[in-house]
Design a protein around this ligand. Structure first.
Ligand code: AR6
Length: 186
């Protein structure tokens, strides 16, 4: 199943590069430093241009000053999208699977807080990558189940969001997410 409708809202699975999505926001699977990195984080910073890193540095000095300039695992912050087709980037941090004290709760919070930030800013569309399943080593099926259950539950309540996309980078990831969507909405 590629998509599911909940009231007048839709969750869609896509295979591709999240930096090409023209949604109100795309989500970045960042690390706590917010200074960029590899994987989807690197791709988003390259496509957005240097202004994105400058805004992240400013957030570290202001909003995140009380946390030593770090974004805690499971939290989410918003910046502009600069040269991206998306208007905003919501940066969140997934759990490092083998090191985290409670990876399930932290991955769930990463999705939920990203959705909350989008709703708070009255956004209508958002695209997520598969948070935590690259460098951070989260098992794919486990992460897909948490991701899609959290999104599905969030859309049961009133929200400005009507279009939530999961953008999977490989055919294998896409197929796993599709199967999990089918299972949780059966
Ligand atoms: N579009 C969509 N998905 C992508 C793209 C893209 N352009 N590029 C990679 N992916 P990862 P994590 C997929 O490692 O596990 C960074 O260095 C990728 O195939 O990007 O949360 C950060 O700075 C995988 O399925 O994120 C952190 O240090 C998924 O995105 C750390 O990695 C997530 O893989 C975060 O690790």
């Amino acid at each position: 199943m590629d998509s599911v409708e909940i009231n007048d809202k839709r969750i869609t699975m896509l295979k591709g590069d999240i930096t090409t999505q023209a949604t109100d926001a795309i989500v970045n699977a960042a690390n706590s430093t917010l200074l960029g990195g590899g994987g989807v984080d690197g791709a988003i910073h390259r496509a957005a241009g240097p202004e994105l890193l400058a805004e992240c540095k400013q957030l570290k000095r202001t909003l995140l000053a009380g946390h030593a300039g770090l974004l805690p695992t499971g939290e989410a912050v918003l910046t502009r999208g600069y040269r991206l087709p998306a208007k905003y980037v919501i940066h969140t941090v997934g759990p490092i699977y083998k090191e985290d004290s409670d990876p399930e709760q932290h991955l769930q919070r990463a999705y939920e807080n990203s959705l909350r930030v989008a709703d708070h800013n009255r956004l209508h569309s958002i695209a997520f990558p598969s948070i935590g399943t690259g460098a951070y080593g989260c098992p794919l099926g486990w992460a897909a189940s948490i991701a899609l259950t959290t999104i599905h539950n969030f859309l049961q309540h009133p929200t400005t969001l009507t279009d939530v996309r999961m953008v999977l980078y490989s055919q294998h990831d896409y197929e796993v997410y599709r199967a999990v969507l089918q299972r949780i909405t059966a």
